[in-house]
Design a protein around this ligand. Structure first.
Ligand code: GUN
Ligand code: ZN
Length: 426
């Protein structure tokens, strides 16, 4: 049993639907076997539990662990390429790097770097685009398990329009996915996700094998890309003769366990289907800006009732920090003028935590720091004298303090990260 004492902020109630930031200036959280069993004013919880070990985190802010709903493991070393739109960037940067993970020694190094970067940035749960190579996916799951992260991931598949060495077949995709799922699905903190790269790189036969894999693996997730870039969308229409979402839906791949990355250019019909099916969208704002993909229509998603969470989309995205993604999401809505959705720091925290947990079907376990949830948390405590430390000290209330965190925090400001009550950083 451990008693954590901290200034705690979380978003158990959706601020897009009238909820507010929950901020407790001096909270006590009692954690037993990784679960929060009591929460209240520190003095009250302490009185009830005078003998428990106290972990004093009062010098900073305690937030729920971040949930990244879209991040590519094999693109760890591809971050930071500038000046290209999606399809050129894939050909020139992402896919050549992804091909290198055919070498297990190379993949092992990348898996180590990738998992370390998630932990370091305070991401405790992630939906990860794996590799096109099954041994590399094993290495990711192994490393994530060693470090204690909650990871949902899978073999990325495509059978056209990539590099030949990244192509698979419908049968091989199914067989390798089944084998990986047997080893990793619902084992400890890991789960399997069926992951066709995007319909542009998949024939109907391959998507049908993804559908079979999804149907045959109870509780597994589905993720892919959608409506990211106008040239891409036009090619999908040319190849499939239908809209982008329909290219997945005709294989039964749109449902409450589906997470689609980007959706920058959806039609109204697509938004209606996403909402009705309970699918989620991973909004990836630094990626959209870096590739010039477009301005995410958050207003249209919200008004249709589509679930939206945040993704870093490393390596098109420019880093692992969901503070940075939250800030970029905010900037983007500001720049959309009257169509932009006004957001407070509570909205940003919600998108980076509770919304992601909800999109991944983990909202009963993580996403906020309520009694009954797992203790997945990040402790933000910047070095003294830094602009963030100064800002937090002079903040005008909790919402302002949290806004300063989104504006200024980097992974270097995180002194502790916990999953299930296990400290995995600091
Ligand atoms: N569409 C298909 N593959 C990718 C990828 O790796 N990154 C992004 N941003 N979009 C994609
Ligand atoms: Zn992506």
């Amino acid at each position: 049993m451990t008693l954590y004492r901290a200034q705690v902020m979380d978003t158990p109630d959706d601020p897009f639907r009238g909820g507010a930031l929950r901020a407790d200036a001096d909270a006590g959280l009692l954690v037993v076997d990784g679960m929060i069993v009591e929460r209240g004013p520190y003095a009250d919880v302490r009185r009830e539990h005078p003998g428990e070990t106290v972990v004093d985190l009062t010098s900073g802010l305690l937030l729920p662990g971040f949930v990244d709903t879209h991040v590519h493991y094999p693109q760890m070393r591809a971050i930071g390429a500038l000046g290209m739109p999606l399809l050129e960037w894939l050909d020139r940067c992402a896919l050549p790097e992804e091909a290198r993970l055919a070498d297990a020694g190379y993949a092992r190094e990348v898996a180590g770097e990738f998992v370390a970067s998630l932990v370091d940035s305070g991401t405790t749960t992630a939906l990860v685009f794996g590799s096109h190579f099954a041994p590399a996916v094993d290495l990711l799951f192994e490393r994530a398990t060693e470090r204690g992260l909650r990871i949902t991931s899978g073999l990325v598949v495509g059978d056209r329009m990539l590099r030949p060495e990244l192509h698979t077949t419908a049968q091989r995709a199914y067989d390798q996915a089944r084998e990986l799922a047997r080893r990793w699905h619902q084992q400890g903190r890991t789960r399997y996700a069926v992951t066709p790269r995007f319909s542009l790189s998949c024939t109907d036969e391959l998507l049908e094998s993804c559908s079979a894999m999804h149907a045959d693996t109870a509780g597994c997730w589905f993720t892919s890309h959608i409506n990211e870039n106008p040239a891409e969308i036009a090619k999908v229409r040319e190849l499939f003769g239908c809209g982008y979402l329909d290219s997945y839906d005709k294989h039964g791949l749109v449902g409450p366990h589906s997470v689609f990355a980007h959706n920058v250019h959806p039609t109204d019909t697509e938004l209606e289907l996403l909402a009705a099916s309970g699918a989620s969208v991973a909004h990836c704002p630094t990626s959209n800006a870096a590739l010039g993909s477009g301005l995410f229509p958050l207003d249209r998603h919200l008004s249709c009732g589509v679930r939206v969470a945040l993704g870093s989309d490393v390596g098109a995205g420019t880093g692992f920090s969901l503070f940075k993604e939250g800030l970029q999401a905010y900037f983007l809505q500001r720049l959309r003028g009257p169509e932009g959705v006004p957001m407070t720091s509570a909205h940003l925290l919600y998108l980076a935590t509770s919304a992601g947990a909800d999109a991944l079907g983990l909202g009963d376990q993580v996403g906020d720091l309520e009694v009954g949830k797992r203790f997945d948390a990040v402790w933000l405590d910047p070095p003294p004298g830094t602009p963030l430390a100064v800002g937090l000290r002079h903040a005008d209330g909790s919402s302002d303090a949290l806004a300063k965190a989104f504006a200024l925090a980097t992974p270097h400001d995180l002194r502790g990260v916990w999953v299930d009550g296990e400290r995995i950083k600091g």
